[in-house]
Design a protein around this ligand. Sequence first.
Ligand code: 6PG
Length: 248
Amino acid sequence: MGDAGHQIIAVADAAEMAATAAQRIIARIDANDGRIAICLSGGSSPKQLYRLLASEAYRRLLPWHRIHWFVGDERFVPVNSDLSNMGVARRMLLDSRAPASHIHPVPTDGANPDAGAERYARELQSFYGADELRHGRPLFDLVLLGAGTDGHTASLFPGDPALDERERWVVGVPKADLEPFVPRVTLTLPALGACHEMLFEVAGSDKRAILTRLLNGENLPANRARSGEGTTVWLVDRAALPEGFRSS
Ligand code: 6PG
């Protein structure tokens, strides 16, 4: 992180982070007058953004009939569980606005995460119209991500062989290294990177230590995730920024 192709934007707090993220999403949407694909993240960081996009002011700015919504990773739990990433996005933002056919949850009703991963990969490939990602034809307009205190992103945890996956678009993760300790399904780095913009939201003083390691270029999942087609932007709030850091 911090090298060419990575932009770090320092924001004052979670409110400014949500507003900046919303503006970047709208800029991406305005840059594409066709079908749009947004890949959402899990965890707590996107919740303020969901609330903002659900507000009267922003709701009218979004061309809901043109936007398809995916998630970068999912906890292998029922969609009505509080732990469900798409469940949170649906309850806070999508259900009363996006056409049901435009909401693409990870199937978590199957036998195991691998089965869910295979079905989601097929759904992404059918949406994309091919089963191989092509340089110059991104799958997503924007991919939203967070970073865990261990440096994981989506459900790609440090040391996990899934980090080196080059063929499969989605994999099952039987064991999570951090709370919630439930099995996961996650997109792989090639699929996450097939985007015009990769947008990280990192907030809170509990992220300062890992951010220092990421800024020092440590080989951690969140540092390996980057847009292969466009820009990778890190929105970082003041509480998470290491002392004396200057944003680029
Ligand atoms: C998940 C997420 C995960 C999250 C980070 C940051 O399913 O848990 O996708 O990758 O983005 O753990 O989480 P917070 O935003 O809650 O700090």
